[in-house]
Each structure stands twice: as C-alpha cells, then as structure tokens.
Write a protein that binds this ligand. Sequence first.
Ligand SMILES: [Zn+2]
Length: 370
Amino acid sequence: MLHSRLLPGLLLAGTSLATAAAPSLKLQEAATSALHAGTPALMLEIEGRPVAVRREHSRALATGDVAWSGSWDATGQAAGGELSLVRSPAGITAVVHRGEDLLRIVPVGGGRHQTLPLATRQLPMHPPGDIPVGPLKPSAVGPAGAAPTSRVRLLVVATADAVAGYPGDLRALAELSIAESNLTYQRSGVDMDVELAGYVVTPYEESGNMEQDLRRLRSPGDGHMDEVHALRDQHAADVVLLLMNRAFACGLADQIGADADGAFVAVLEQCAAGEYVLAHEIGHLAGARHDIKRDPAVAPFAFGHGYWYQPPRALGWRTVMSYDCPTGCRRIPYWSSPDLLHEGQPTGNRNEADNRRVLELTRAKIAGFR
Ligand SMILES: [Zn+2]
C-alpha cells in the first residue's frame, strides 16, 4: 500500500528516538540550535548518507523561534524530498517528505523526540457533505496578481482537548502548518503569506462533530467560544483556525469563497502537518475546490479545481486541493496551474484546474478581512 511506510528511525541530539534498530534519519542538534531564518542549508543524514537541504522559505517568529523549510534533489537511486521544521524551546517539530515516505517529528520533553503517524492516511479530508458556497462574487475581485503581497493573519484557537492530546508543542505545530502553507505559495509563485496573529487555548469541550464545533466557532453570541470574535479583532486576524483533537475528518472550511464572517476553518491536530491541510482549508475560503472528477461544481470559479496526475507504473501526485488519485498518490506542495511544472508535467490546466489563479484573484480580499 502506498504511503504505509514511515522512515524507521530518527536520531536527534545523539539519542536514538525510535525503537527501530537502525536510525535512518539524523538531524544534528548542533545544526538546529544554530539555525536562524537566514541559514541557507541544513545537513540531514538519511540512511548514513549526508543530504544538504537548501532553504526555500523561512521566518524568525515573534516568540524567538524559527520556522524553516527546504528541499533536496534526487540523486542516483536516492529520492529527493522536503523538510519543514519549527525550532521552539520544546525542541524540533518537523515533517520530512522523501519520495513516498512521510515522517512527522514531535518533541516530547527532555531533549527527546518521537515520530508520530499521520492521520490523513486513515481519515477523510472532510466530514461527509458539501461545503456551502459562500458569498464571494468573481465579479467583485480585481485582476489576478494585481495586489502586492497579501499577508493573511491567522488566529489559532486550540482546544484544551488538542493541547491535552498532543504530546509536543502545539503552538509549534500550528507554526509548522503555517510554514508548510507558505511553502506551497512560494513554490507556486502565489504572492501570499500566512502569519500567526495569535495563539489561544479555549476551554471549549469538543463535541466530536467537526461541523458543529466549526459552526460554534464562527457563531457569535451562541454561548460557545464567543470570546474568539473579540480576540480576532484584537489580533487583526483575517482567518480563524480551530485546532482540535477529536473528529472523524482532517479539516473543514466554513465556506468555499468566503466573506469575513465565514473565514473560519477547523483542522485536526493529527492532520495538521504533512499534507497541507491548513493550506487546503484556506484554499476553500479563497474559492478553490477539489479535483473536478470528485467535485464538479463550478462556483465560484469554473477553473478553480485541484489536479492529480497518475503516470503509468509510477507514483502519482496531487495538488493541495485535490482528493486522492484512484490508486493513491502523494500530495505535493503545489497549487494547480497550467503554468507550473512538477516532474515535467503541468500541475493543472486553464479551463478546469487553475487554483493558482484563484488565489491570485482572491488573496487580497482574504488578507483584508481585518
Ligand atoms: Zn476540501
């Protein structure tokens, strides 16, 4: 089965962290403690082989932490890959993609780190049912690419359940999710950037129903998480994310093509890093839809679908908004577009699959919600 293998081990700070006999991946603590936003490359050791990871996107965070994303090319038999990490006082929160392998790294205290399974392989992307189309009117947005860089400020509301259920630093996980989102924009040439506007923990007790929890998040004056609306204003947050722990799906957006009142998304902590779920949900707010085979609706943009590609006898790939290929494929940090190439293939087409254009049309609107 595709994606079922995880890299068998990890070495950080000179300690074996996994039970597997032979650690296959090593990230030197010395390198990460000296890491800053301008660090051009990090050395990673995979199965005894040094790999230079080149920086693609990085940021010094307000807390003094660092978010850093980079990649390396395939050489000979060795697969290329991507690394995104957040260094916080708790340690390293990271995701490593290599070929079809995906490794999620979490700090568990005392300088120790652990790998976690990723729930995106077990859970559906969303709860059943269509996400409603919001009030966004294509006629009301300017030409694509007209605005300068759109900085989308995100208020993260973590539930107490999520804090209790996550073994690492949940705020760092939120930053990792943001770093991965920003990598997708950078790779795709979308002039947009998400930043953490604030991180709060709500005592709200999750219902187990993601739709209900998201509705309660967005509804002012319903007696549930009502403090969020004042916090959103106070932090000038364009979008609000509920980071949660108990649901039967990875994520949900309130609307496809949202206005300010609908700019709310929910993401399950177990899916928050590795497969661009936050970028996917913000994509829905911007008006982006899934691949046209699974999601043939044409509002708000007929061309606004994700895209997947399945080559014969090889592992396929899918863009941020696409559901899985018929035989399974990995999600890549790209938006669909006829003008972007991945492994020599366009990641979309002009009439049905141009999510890059959707983002370029609506990013300024989202960044202007607060
Ligand atoms: Zn979706």
